[in-house]
Design a protein around this ligand. Structure first.
Ligand SMILES: *[C@@H]1O[C@H](CO)[C@@H](O)[C@H](O)[C@H]1NC(C)=O
Length: 414
């Protein structure tokens, strides 16, 4: 009887407690608070690594993924590039496990409570953790003690670049992430392919001038250093230069200018001023364009693709200029003789008339000497014309051949 009464009272009390509005249900916040308190009381030390997955002494496996949010600048002057990314690390720390059934995970915003891997970017020149409005980081711990640590960071990474094919170049930039102090037998890094594959994703709306993010590849390598063997996560990014700018600012204008310089071969050698000014104006414009474009070119001690293009185009026009001078000298020989003979005797004058009209019928009165001079003159005159004609076909062919070679060499085989 007494026993059943006590039992009744106990049951009633329990019922009361359950319906008591003053006893709050366990919220996530209060759980987190309790969790952190327990962590502190259990003697958790964040300086001590967790045990590996295969127990004490085995390496802690840290799985990583990345999402590239933005690449803001590829600087070919300083040979580096800047990007913003989410960097996520995941590992097991059995000391962090908890046994609350009604909660799936504990979320913290500050990594200061728990152990975190000592990873760093080897090629980093400078970098920041974003901290607006609060530090952009979170830690999620699930009941089994698996930790996901995600941070949003911006890093400037160095990348040695090769501009031999500029502006048709593709730059391959490699960066690596590794543990600063833990060798392979303590900490093993790998890419996390459990949820996302490939483990590196890139925001497809990155609008980056003058480059385009072409290809991102990830791999894991083991590197031996003086102090041991480390696992290294390697990422290689391909940046392909957009050539549209140079096409409209350099290639098409130069193509047209070289083509216009060929008009010079069709202008008679007598029209000195016209031929001269045409070629000089073309050379002047070319020099202007070349110096204007130089602001957009990375400095290099070797000849870049654009340098080769500019040099060959300018040489083509300069060669046309030299050809004009040669033709002019040959044609002037004739004029000189013409003038000299004009003052000498009227007979020569007649021959020259014939010469001008290319009349094959020679006067009977011409002396053999005059005949010789005349034929010589004719020869010179024809020679200058012939040179012009030959150049009018030779120059375009040469330029087409050059173009074939140039575009084959510089635009293929990335
Ligand atoms: C943590 O351990 C669990 C169970 O052994 C495993 O499934 C999970 O992949 C581990 N997580 C990491 C990041 O290694």
């Amino acid at each position: 009887m007494e026993i059943s009464l006590i039992g009744f009272l106990v049951v009633a009390l329990f019922n009361l407690a359950e319906s008591d509005p003053n006893v709050l249900p366990m919220t996530e916040n209060s759980l987190t608070q309790e969790y952190l308190m327990n962590l502190k009381n259990s003697g958790y030390n964040r300086d001590i690594m967790p045990d590996g997955i295969h127990g004490y002494g085995s390496p802690v496996e840290v799985l990583c993924t990345m999402h590239v949010l933005d690449v803001t600048k590829v600087d070919d002057l300083n040979m580096d590039y800047r990007g913003t990314l989410y960097f996520r690390q995941s590992w097991n720390d059995s000391r962090l496990s908890f046994l609350e059934q009604d909660i799936h995970s504990i979320v913290l915003n500050d990594p200061k409570y728990i152990w975190t891997p000592d990873l760093f970017f080897v090629q980093e020149r400078e970098g920041i953790h974003h901290s607006l409005i609060v530090p952009n980081a979170f830690i999620r711990i699930n009941p089994e003690g698996e930790v996901l640590y995600s941070v949003r960071i911006s890093v400037t990474l160095s990348c040695p670049m090769d501009f031999k094919k500029f502006p048709h170049d593709t730059q391959k930039c490699v960066f690596t992430v590794e543990s600063y102090g833990r060798t392979r037998d303590k900490l093993e890094l790998s890419w996390d392919r459990r949820k996302v594959n490939p483990p590196i994703t890139v925001n497809e709306y990155i609008n980056l001038l003058p480059f385009e993010v072409k290809d991102v590849k990830e791999s894991v390598i083991h590197s031996k250093f003086t102090f041991g063997e480390y696992t290294v996560l390697e990422v290689s990014i391909m940046f392909e230069r957009k050539t549209g700018f140079f096409l409209t600012r350099l290639y098409i204008p130069f193509l047209l200018l070289v083509a216009i310089s060929w008009v010079s071969f069709w202008i008679p050698a007598k029209m000195i001023a016209l031929r001269l000014s045409l070629l000089l104006v073309i050379l002047y414009i070319m020099t202007n364009i070349a110096s204007g474009i130089s602001d957009y070119q990375p400095p290099a001690s070797y000849a870049k693709g654009s340098d080769v293009w500019i040099a060959v185009c300018e040489t083509m026009v300069f060669a046309a200029f030299l050809e004009f001078i040669a033709v002019h000298i040959i044609a002037r020989n004739k004029e000189k003789l013409e003038k000299r003979m004009l003052t000498n005797d009227p007979e020569t004058q007649r021959v020259l008339d014939l010469d001008d009209k290319m009349n094959p019928v020679m006067s009977e009165a011409t002396t053999s000497a005059v005949n010789m001079v005349a034929s010589r003159l004719k020869c010179d005159y024809l020679l200058s014309k012939r040179i012009d004609k030959a150049c009018a076909t030779f120059f375009p062919i040469l330029f087409v051949v050059f173009n074939l070679v140039y575009w084959l060499v510089y635009c293929t085989g990335h």
